[in-house]
Every structure is written in C-alpha cells, then in structure tokens.
Design a protein around this ligand. Sequence first.
Ligand SMILES: [Fe+2]
Length: 188
Amino acid sequence: MTLANTITAIIDEYYPPASPAREVLLRHSEMVARKALQTARKVSHLHPDLEFIEQAAMLHDIGIFYARAPEIGCFGEYPYVCHGYLGRILVEGKGLSRHALVCERHVGVGLTLEEIRKQDLPLPLRDMVPVSLEERIVCYADKFFSKKPGKDQEEWPVEMVLKSLEKYGLQKVARFTEWLALFGETGW
Ligand SMILES: [Fe+2]
C-alpha cells in the first residue's frame, strides 16, 4: 500500500461514509491541504516536503471524533482541545510518527508546556508547538479555515485570523504574525 492509500484508509476507518463528521473532516482537510501547499510553494527556497505536507494536512484533525463537538458531528467524550494529541496517538499507532507530530502540534498556533500548565489544560505536560517547517506550514494554513457550519466554505482574511487569536493572548498573535512574514503574506 502506498502512503497516500494508507492515509485514505485511516480516514475511511475512523470516518466511514455514513459518519456525521466525515464531510466536515474531508472538506476542512482538503482546504487546509490546498492552502498549505500554496504556502509551501512560497518558501520553496526552504525546500519544504510537499508530499508530506499534503498528507499531514489530510490527517491533522483525524482526532476530532474523540471530542465532544456535536455541531461538527463529533460525539466523543473529550474536550475539543484534546483532538490534537489524541490524533497523534492514533496516527503513531499506524506507524506514521512524523505525521503524528503535526496532529499534536497544530492546535491554535501551538501550545507551550507553560501554557498547558498555567491554563490547567487537560493535556499531557509537554510542548506542543510546531517545530519543523512542515509542521509550521500546516498549522499556519489551518488557521484560515473554520469547521463550523456556515463558516466552513471560505478562507478567512488575515485580519479575521488575527482577531480570532487575540482572545488567546498577544503572544499567539505575535507567533502568527511571524509566520505571516515568513510565508510572504504582505502588508502585516
Ligand atoms: Fe484541529
């Protein structure tokens, strides 16, 4: 089985055709994958791994079914913030440890150990911040898209992304602003 087929098989296993979150997951992941590839092409001098980026973008939210988010068809038991590290465990179990890190590190603009401790988040105590270029690109691209019904069709303008991060603190806005500069979005 090729890696691309393995990824499709993982999605089909946890989001079979009739499952309520399948459409949400696929639509969102495809939009994130497209934006991530566009972003990667802007930094081709840094030699991002395009194939990996597309695959990881398709898997980054694989853990959402563990979460309680009925508005997007997810009826699990965990708080939504847990979908990243739970996705990591799932994807690691399939032998894709590099993809798994993208799952764990894409929530918000990443969560530091200090933030997890201070906010008493229900997460394992470790840094969950995107490190590699590919991890940063998928995390960045993800911030332009919502999964909420009615808001899930279009890319958000940059000012809306910045606004959405403000409530989590200026550090978050600062990290995203760094990425805007790195990934060549001008005028910010
Ligand atoms: Fe996510």
